[in-house]
Design a protein around this ligand. Structure first.
Ligand code: ADP
Ligand code: MG
Length: 284
């Protein structure tokens, strides 16, 4: 554990100590060893306790930053004529609870996510406890050919979420973990039911934006056309999937607003337009 990492975090020592001792008390641990993860600490302070629990500590400041991001997304939703689609997060505890709920929903759909344990409050901080995955590679750390080999599974999983009233909300390479050859979805957000259509398009736009720098616009658009089938059961054709891509295209500029996405929007837009018009010609 690095002291520097600890200091850089936004949670003061004594508060983190209080969280660790609460975890120890809840799970009958005499001592709790805390390791901090190499993360940006924008939205939470993630740590591992006794190599068993993955614990995310959410401060009021984290919740505020999250609300700002959510605002940008909702702005996108408003300007494209729909209501705001991500649930308003009013505080750190609610943020932890929402992520717990979202993780449960993903697993209920048969998708992989760390086993949810619980969410609670310590001194006004939100605390989320999940199963700790000891070994994984984030998708964006893999070589391009390996990333490409996971694209069918990724777009199929996204379609399963979207066909069942769930959206992820923060699809990025580092939020998709490859563990024992399977994809695990982490860091999910709860989406307001009435905003689901917008959230789906935003999710698809985020996935395209995250993958374009890794495998190129052609491979990612082709994989989405082939495997993103939110109608379920192959009910959709490539042509309908192309329509979903066009809907996602409207959200690319809002994804670009985020500091944690860097991608070639022009290349992606061009490739989506090409796919949509090829499809139009084919269906004539
Ligand atoms: N269950 C887990 N087990 C082990 N490591 C995890 C687990 N969940 C997330 N991580 C690691 O911690 C990082 C931060 O977690 P994440 O849930 O994405 O939090 P944040 O909201 O700060 O982005 C992830 O990018 C991943 O590397
Ligand atoms: Mg994350």
């Amino acid at each position: 554990m690095s002291i520097r990492r600890f200091v850089r975090g936004t949670v003061p020592w004594d508060q983190l100590e209080a969280v660790a001792s609460e975890v120890g008390e809840r799970y009958g641990q005499e001592a709790v060893r805390v390791e901090f993860l190499d993360a940006d600490n924008w939205l939470s302070t993630p740590c591992v306790m006794n190599e068993r629990w993955f614990v995310k500590v959410v401060t009021g400041q984290n919740a505020l930053v999250h609300a700002l991001f959510t605002g940008a997304r909702n702005l996108g939703a408003f300007s494209s004529g729909t209501e705001g689609f991500f649930e308003p997060f009013d505080g750190p505890v609610e943020m932890a609870e929402h992520e717990l709920e979202a993780t449960r929903k993903l697993r209920a759909l048969g998708l992989n996510a760390p086993r949810p344990v619980e969410a609670f409050e310590v001194d006004g901080l939100g605390v989320l406890v999940l199963e700790y995955l000891p070994e994984f590679e984030p998708l964006d750390a893999l070589p391009p050919d390996e990333v490409e080999s996971h694209l069918p599974e990724l777009f199929e999983a996204l379609a399963v979420m979207h066909a069942n009233g769930v959206a992820h909300g923060d699809l990025r390479g580092e939020n998709v973990l490859v563990y024992e050859g399977d994809l695990y979805f982490i860091d999910a957000t709860n989406v307001a039911e009435d905003g689901l259509a917008g959230a789906r398009a935003y999710d698809l736009a985020s996935a395209l934006a995250a993958l374009e720098p890794l495998v190129g616009e052609k491979a990612v658009v082709e994989a989405a056309l082939e495997h993103y089938d939110p109608g379920g059961e192959q009910s959709r054709t490539r042509s309908e999937n192309a329509t979903a891509l066009l809907e996602a295209e409207d959200f690319l500029s809002f994804v670009q607003v985020r500091p944690d996405h860097t991608f070639d929007a022009t290349a992606l837009n061009g490739e989506i337009e090409k796919a949509a018009s090829a499809d139009e010609h084919a269906s004539r």
